[in-house]
Design a protein around this ligand. Structure first.
Ligand SMILES: *[C@@H]1O[C@H](CO)[C@@H](O)[C@H](O)[C@H]1NC(C)=O
Ligand SMILES: *[C@@H]1O[C@H](CO)[C@@H](O)[C@H](O)[C@H]1NC(C)=O
Ligand SMILES: [Zn+2]
Length: 326
């Protein structure tokens, strides 16, 4: 299986899909309010970002996510200012990939980029209980069976985006120093460099990759295609104010990119699922739940009644998936 993937790998075409013309922005007559005039899909009913109301989510225990190549040191990491954000792309083959969780099939890494705000009180796209975070990372993957991003965006399960929130810390996050020093060389729009040091995905992600929210939505930039399975990881990455400030120095054709997040969109008839750690319940069936004191006590869980409730809701979730996914 993996052998076949290595032979028939996909040659990436850097930034062609997501970085077309500068025909949209975040302010004035090209701002999010007007995207729908040019891009019909931006007026759709299943748009992103959304506010996630934690009281309304449906708890599920999905299969584990498999992260492939996330621990490998990657050379030749391209960092590009596309006039809207900073894009990080990789050349190595095979690309990192992801499967499991709510995903049916394997998804191949395409690019990652960031969204931020004017100051540390806002900047994330999705919100949790109306809370904004100062920045958000989007790791974009396309479904392997569609071969290219261009083809994938024509299917409702074409893309998955792993989204990570940032939070302020007094201590610098060392893995982000390489990124921020690269950023200082791409402050001009449409400039690009190759990073000096090898880079591993896992180093820039939070520790807990088991708890996440998942829902179906869209690209948050034009053409706003409703083809994205979103996974919003609950645990934020912690950076200093200074590390986030570096992003605000990047420039578009019309000056500094002070903010590049789309406002939240109506959730409509959609359900947000909240994945709790399925392994925890497996442990619980043999162990005394009280012994696991390292688990946060704020969420009530851990008796056999909730185990059956969770597996029931997982079953329901799979049923809904089977009914809604084409
Ligand atoms: C942060 O930026 C927003 C948007 O420009 C502004 O409304 C708000 O007052 C700012 N907050 C602070 C604390 O500077
Ligand atoms: C970016 O510029 C700084 C100097 O401003 C330099 O130290 C660094 O090596 C450059 N390149 C990269 C890829 O970060
Ligand atoms: Zn994004």
């Amino acid at each position: 299986m993996d052998f076949a993937i290595r032979i028939f790998f996909i040659i990436p075409i850097f930034g062609t899909y997501f970085t077309t013309a500068e025909d949209f922005g975040y302010d004035g007559s090209i701002g999010p309010t007007y995207w729908g005039e040019r891009y019909q899909e931006c007026r759709g009913k299943h748009q992103s970002p959304i506010n996630i109301n934690v009281l309304r989510v449906k708890q599920v225990a999905l299969p584990d996510i498999t992260f492939i190549g996330f621990n490998d040191p990657i050379d030749n990491v391209h960092v590009t200012n596309n006039g809207h954000t900073v894009l990080i792309e990789v050349e190595n083959e095979p690309h990192p990939r992801v499967s499991g969780g709510p995903l049916d099939g394997t998804y191949v890494f395409s690019q990652m980029h960031f969204h931020w705000g004017d100051n540390d009180t806002l900047g994330s796209e999705d919100k949790i209980n109306h809370r904004s975070f100062p920045m958000e990372l989007h790791m974009v993957f396309y479904k392997e069976e569609y071969n290219t991003v261009k083809e994938a965006v024509t299917h409702t399960d074409g893309l998955t985006v792993l989204a990570f929130f940032y939070e302020l810390d007094r201590h610098q996050h060392p893995a982000y120093d390489d990124i921020t020093s690269a950023l200082s060389n791409v402050t001009d729009p449409h400039s690009s460099i190759v990073m000096n040091n090898p880079f591993s995905f896992l180093n820039i992600l939070p520790y807990d990759l088991r708890r996440y929210f998942t829902y179906r939505g869209s690209l948050t930039t034009p053409p706003c295609s409703e083809v994205v399975i979103w996974l919003d990881f609950e645990q934020p990455v912690r950076l200093t104010h200074e590390q986030i400030e570096v992003f605000r120095e990047l420039r578009s054709a019309s000056g500094k990119i002070r903010h590049n997040f789309r406002p939240i969109q109506p959730i409509g008839d959609r359900t947000v699922f909240y994945n709790i750690d399925s392994n925890y319940y497996t442990y619980n069936e043999i162990d005394d739940p009280e012994a696991h004191t390292e688990w946060p006590q704020t969420r009530k869980r851990g008796n056999s009644a909730s185990i059956s409730r969770i597996s029931l809701s997982y079953f329901t979730f799979m049923l809904i998936l089977c009914n809604t996914l084409g």
